[in-house]
Design a protein around this ligand. Structure first.
Ligand code: PGA
Length: 253
């Protein structure tokens, strides 16, 4: 049975002191909840992973990386490998975020390689995709999302899917204050689950968590998460505030 997941992507925010303060507040908030079917994940910057992981270790808060390189090791100045992430005890990595695609030129083909490397190292992948505004205006959003998913992760065997989480993030809703309506999210999520079912069968499709991302806030989380095929959220801005993030977690309980 798939779980709700509320994942906070801290992006390039929070220095060491801010990161420690935020994780401490969040751990305290999460410790007071009963999470039966909800996972809570935060993704700080690389430089703060070890400290945040240490402060979260006795709690239900899991720590993930925001990105990684596809190669095992070598002359790739400034990059971080999957083995480095697992060596500090990490279990998950976000791949394919629209900011990586847009500002760092990450293509479907590159992401397919990153996904393969992550899974080979037993890292769970939170795989992000989503259309830009022009795609939606021209009614190409289903086509665009289908191709991102097929090209990025449909090379995997069915057995790999126990380590895949999907995150639908319409680019026009990220950091803009504009959210997809709960119906728009549900329509896309049902379409995505249908694609997975066509390729891998009912079991894989029913068990994969599909998160929605794009301006999720305490005020809209409950309605979005109440939709059948929405299994939680990938949260940017509102994840930087412990009480907002905590309220978004509550929307799954
Ligand atoms: P946002 O970001 O919640 O600030 O819109 C979402 C994301 O980029 O994952």
């Amino acid at each position: 049975m798939r779980k709700y997941i509320v994942a906070g992507n801290w992006k390039m925010n929070n220095d060491i002191n801010e990161s420690k303060a935020l994780i401490n507040e969040l751990v305290a908030a999460v410790n007071s909840k009963t999470l039966t079917n909800t996972r809570v994940v935060v993704a700080p910057t690389f430089v703060n992973l070890v400290n945040v992981q240490e402060l979260a270790k006795d709690s239900a808060v899991e720590v993930a990386a925001q990105n990684m390189h596809q190669a095992k090791s070598g002359a790739f100045t400034g990059e971080i490998s999957a083995e480095m992430l697992t060596s500090i005890g990490l279990k998950s990595v976000i791949l394919g975020h629209s900011e990586r695609r847009e500002y760092f030129g990450e293509t479907d083909a590159l992401l397919a390689e990153k996904v393969t490397t992550a899974l080979a190292n037993n890292l769970e992948v939170i795989f992000c995709f989503g259309e830009v505004l022009e795609d939606r205006k021209s009614e190409n959003h289903f086509k665009v999302v289908a191709s991102q998913i097929k090209n990025g992760i449909f090379h995997l065997d069915a057995s790999a899917w126990s380590n895949i989480v999907l995150a639908y993030e319409p680019v026009w809703a990220i950091g803009t204050g504009e959210t997809a309506s709960p119906e728009q999210a549900q329509d896309m999520h049902a379409f995505i689950r249908g694609l997975v079912k066509e390729q891998y069968g009912n079991d894989v499709a029913e068990n994969v968590s599909i998160l929605y991302g794009g301006s999720v806030k305490p005020a809209n989380a409950k309605e979005i998460f109440s939709k059948n095929d929405v299994d939680g959220g990938l949260i940017g801005g509102a994840a930087l505030n412990a009480s907002d993030f905590s309220a978004i977690i509550d929307a799954t309980l």
